[in-house]
Design a protein around this ligand. Sequence first.
Ligand SMILES: O=C(O)CCC(=O)C(=O)O
Length: 318
Amino acid sequence: MSPTSIPATRKIVAPGFTGLTTVHEIAVSPESAVEQGRQLCAQLEEGNIVMLPQTPIFIPEEDRRLLLGQKQASSAYRKNIAYLPSDDRVTGLDGAEHEEVDSLRRIMRDYSRRSAEFLNLFLPPYARKWKLDFASFRPIEEQGRLARLHARTDLLHFESFPARPTNGARILQLFTNINPVQNRVWLTSQTFEAFGPRFARAAGLISLRHNLFKHSVGSVTRALGLSEVERPPYDEFMYRCQNAMKKDARFQETSPKHRWEFPPNSTWLVFTDGVSHAVFSGQYALEQTFLIPQSALVEPQRSPLAILEKMAGRSLTI
Ligand SMILES: O=C(O)CCC(=O)C(=O)O
């Protein structure tokens, strides 16, 4: 294999829309790993999904069995289980026994650590420059799942975390479908590069004042017992964009969509802040979020931050 060829297939759908790169073989020599990683980073940053049909992340059989036995059925809006690596803490467990919490914490810790080790090897441009954000376990069937409008993930949206501003860092998510028989199915539409500027102009959001949302972020973080965070204009824009998309029934109905099937035991990576995506169906997935700083991007000019700052003619971070 020459160092410049990726052992991968690409499905390109149309300019400005998300395509899929399937990686069949992970480069092993340091030289080809660097080249493969750089090309894959560019494809991800452009708004494509990168999938590995066989997950490279080791999850022992008995851990899978335990995860498949989990169903969060009791709360009004059934929830995902979240894991915060920096605190080694799991949240979102309803009435679970101590022993169960301990097992889940260990499984999530292992998944988080192995995902980070994998990313360092697979995408060298980002290696050790990322910040590890939450990991999650998604044990609920997505089709027909109830959620508040803002929390719905079955509607097309770009990712934005209201209580955890990224201040311009990009949101890279790594998913693994641990369902032994059922695909996880997504719909995607335009990339942020194609859609964002039109939305920004139409909504007039580029002129956002610096601290417009300081209060509401403060109230969220106070309620969670966290220190107060100021939401920078960039995060403010991305959060409003996400909500506006979810609220717009006509947009949801009429925008062109492509459907992607992620088979059992596959892993996929996607910059969810740059890919308008909705989960259509599927149950039992693990996920780890990485925040990638602008300085690590191979094509920083394509990032939502760079696109919006160019339009605004000023910095949107603090
Ligand atoms: O769980 C999934 O497969 C994706 C859900 C999603 O769109 C999200 O978490 O924003």
